[in-house]
Design a protein around this ligand. Sequence first.
Ligand code: FCB
Length: 458
Amino acid sequence: MTAVDERSGPTRPFPPGFVWGVATSSYQIEGAVDADGRGPSIWDAFSRVPGAVAAGESGDPACDHYRRWPQDVELMAGLGVDAYRFSVAWPRVFPDGGGRADRRGLDFYRRLVDALNERGITPFVTLYHWDLPQALEERGGWRVRETAERFAEYAATVHGALDGVPYWITLNEPYCSSITGYAEGRHAPGAREGHGALAAAHHLLVGHGLAVARMRATARPGERIGVTLNMSPAVPASPSAEDAAAARRMDLMVNRQFTDPLLGGAYPGDMAEVYGEISDFSFRRDGDLALVSAPLDFLGVNYYYPIHAAAAPYGQPDPALRSAFDIGVRTVAPDGPPVSGLGWRIEPRGLHDTLTGLAGRYPGLPPVFITENGYGDAGELDDTGRIAYLRDHLAAAAEAIGAGVDVRGYFCWSLLDNFEWARGYAARFGLVHVDYATQARTPKASYHWYRETIAGQR
Ligand code: FCB
C-alpha cells in the first residue's frame, strides 16, 4: 500500500504565473542519428568506446523522438504543463560543426516549436546539452577557443531560424561538459586531463558570452536569455576546519567556478590555490569576463543532490571523482537518509540552500528557473519514490520562494525515460515509461500525480 501523503501534492501555493514544465535533451531522446544529414556528435563517438557506456548502449535509438515527437507533444498536453525545455542538436544544424546550416535539422525544431505553441506550451530551448559535433572535438573541442566561436555562430543561426521561442538557454551544465567530460572521462569526449578541463570550462563560458551577445543583437521583443548550471551545495563531512576547507574547494570546482564569473564578473580568488599545479590560465583573454558576465534574464538551476566533502591527502585522489587532477577532497556518503533508486542522495534541503545561497551571494541575481530536478530508478510504473522526491523538492522550492528568492518555474527531469549518458537505458527518470523494444509510452503514477499537482496550483 502506498502511504496517502506520498500521493499528495505540495501544500504551499506557488506564485501566480509560476511555470510548470518538463525537460529533455536531444541526444537522450531523439535517436535517428543518421536522419536528414545529422553528423556525429562526441556522444556517438564516445558510446562506441568499449566500456564507456553501460551495456555498450548509445543514443541510437533512444526514444525515437525525432519521428515520434507528435505523440510526445500530446503527452505534454495531457500533463497540462506550461512549458517544455528541450535542446537542439548542434550536429543536426551543422553536421561538421560549421559551414552551411542544414535546413532539414532546423525544420525539425521549427515543426516542434510550432506544435508546442499551438498547444499553449512555451518552448524553452537549450542550445548546448552536450552533443558537440565530433568534427569540432577533432579540432580540439572545448579546449580551444575556436569552439566557443563556432558555438556563437551556431547559436545565432538557431536563434535566427526559430521563431516563437521566448526562452533561450545557451549551455546546460558547463561543469559536466568540462570537468566530467575532460577531467574525469566519464562523459564524452572521455578525456582525463587537468589543464584541458580548465580550458574547456573557460571556453564554454566564453561561448556562452559570445552567443548571448549575438542573440541580444537580434532578439525579438520579449525574448529572454539565460544559462543553466548544475548546482550541488558542498557540505563539510564534519565540523573540522580541514573538512570545511575541503568543502570550499569542492564548492569552487562545482559551483563558484561558474557562478562567480557569470553572476559576479570575476573568477573566485581561491582558484589558483585549489587547482595548484594545473593553474595555468593563459587561455583567458582581456575582455572575457565582461563578455561572460553580461546580464542574464534568468538563471537555470539543475538540482539533484548535495555533495558531502571531506579532506583527503593530496596524492591519493578520490577514486569516486576519478579526476585527472587532485583538489584534496574525498566525497563521503553520510549514514542515514534515503537514496534514490540510483543511489543518489535525497536531500531536498539542498535545493532550498542552493536557491537561498545564490540570492545571498549574488546581489541582483536574475529570476531563477529550476530547469531540472528529478529521480532515477529502474522504471517502476507505480513510482512512489519519484512522487515523494518531486513533492519534497517542490516544498523546498516553495520555502525558498517564501524566503524571498525569485523562482519563476520548475521543470521535472524528465518527460520520458531516456538515454541516461554513461548509465545507458538502465537508469530511468521519466514521468512516462518507454519500452525501448516497441517504443510504447506508458504514463507512470508520477505522471498522473504531476498533472494533478499542476492542476491543483491553477
Ligand atoms: C543532468 C543532465 C540531464 C540528465 C540528468 C539526470 O545532469 O543535465 O541530461 O542526465 O542529469
